[in-house]
Design a protein around this ligand. Structure first.
Ligand code: NAD
Ligand code: AKB
Length: 314
């Protein structure tokens, strides 16, 4: 097996923390270098190397890649949908230039692999709402969705033109208890657990019947690692793979929480994020990921809810 040295960019974020810890278990603590604009992360402290790094500074990034002998990059630094609508230029610049910097360096240094996540945000109001297929009409209406869709085609281009082995997943909204989400439209599905335990009440910024594709973090980590470990010949999608897991509404999630906290209440006060949510599909068809690299999720709404409450209570 080739010795891998992995750089995780955006390691202090919602996915970054858990993915870094999972990669450290597989490749050894010293071989997974966590990096982020933020100085350090308490959950990563003492588990392996951590460097402060700005993905927009291509020269410094290149120096780190050479100095650390990096063979793979996981690029997680991005501005998400809700923050992106408040600052479209910032979202476009970081989401595009960060990716291009990484792809260029991967090409020049002949890195073994690159991972870059896309999102269900690539889909727009003209995409099918239910069981949205891998290939379909894709007309995103948020700057975040536009940047992800453009990014998918940059990945495809660098693979076909320069042979960069870059792989990608269109994550649904991710639910986790270890690190907080960073400015997305699906963040309600994490906030609700914190408020249910702290106040027995949640003011939800989406309407009660807003169904969105969602996934519990352990399934997202499993999907990411399965895709990255699959033989290159099995990867038929070089833009980004649909992966599905759960689809539920705020009302259904609240009812599930009430099974554990009977006096939990919820109020619906939709804001600007409602129109973002309305532009996305409710559920995702992931037949291609299932066929290519045996994807299947483990968690149900009920098992995820139980684990979230148990772990947050601790
Ligand atoms: P996050 O906002 O929680 O974390 C992003 C991290 O990147 C932060 O720690 C931030 O400090 C860091 N960062 C920002 N600018 C940087 C820069 N210039 N240089 C280095 N680091 C920088 O995001 P996340 O939820 O962990 O998402 C990671 C990736 O997964 C993103 O590409 C996102 O679009 C994608 N994704 C996330 C979700 C989700 O529900 N969390 C769903 C779909 C796709
Ligand atoms: C967001 O809501 O912006 C993210 C995503 C689905 O990409 N969670």
């Amino acid at each position: 097996m080739l010795k891998e040295r992995i750089l995780v960019i955006g390691a202090s974020g919602q996915i970054g923390v858990e993915l870094t810890l999972a990669l450290r278990k597989i490749y050894g603590n010293a071989n997974v270098i966590a990096s982020d604009l933020r100085e350090q992360n308490p959950l990563l402290q003492g588990t392996g190397p951590y460097v402060s790094l700005d993905v927009m500074n291509k020269e410094m990034l290149h120096v780190q890649v050479i100095r650390q002998g990096i063979t793979q990059i996981y690029l997680l630094a991005a501005i998400l949908s809700a923050t992106g609508e408040k600052n479209p230029n910032l979202a476009w610049n970081l989401n595009m230039q960060g990716l291009l910097n990484v792809l260029d360096i991967a090409r020049e240094e002949k890195l073994h692999k690159v991972y870059w996540p896309s999102s269900i945000a690539v889909f727009g109001p003209t995409s099918p709402k239910i069981d949205c297929p891998q290939q379909t009409i894709i007309e995103p209406t948020t700057v975040y969705g536009i940047s992800k869709y453009a990014g998918e085609f940059w990945c495809n281009y660098y693979f076909h033109r320069f042979g960069v082995d870059v792989r990608s997943i269109r994550y649904p909204g991710l639910i986790s208890y270890k690190s907080a989400p960073g400015g997305g439209t699906t963040d309600y599905a994490v906030e609700i657990f914190h408020d249910a335990l702290a106040d027995k009440h949640y003011d939800c910024f989406l309407k009660e019947n807003t169904y969105l594709p969602m996934m519990y973090m352990p399934d997202a980590i499993k999907a990411t690692i399965s895709l990255m470990e699959a033989p290159a010949k099995d990867i038929t999608i070089r833009t980004s793979y649909n992966v599905g897991a759960l689809s539920f509404s705020p009302k259904e999630l609240a009812e599930c929480i009430q099974q554990h906290i009977p006096d939990f209440t919820i109020a619906y006060l939709p804001d600007y994020r409602q129109s973002i949510a309305d532009s996305w599909p409710s559920s995702i068809n992931d037949a291609v990921a299932r066929k290519d690299w045996n994807w299947s999720p483990e968690y149900t709404l009920e098992s995820m809810t139980q684990e979230m409450l148990e772990n947050l209570q601790k």
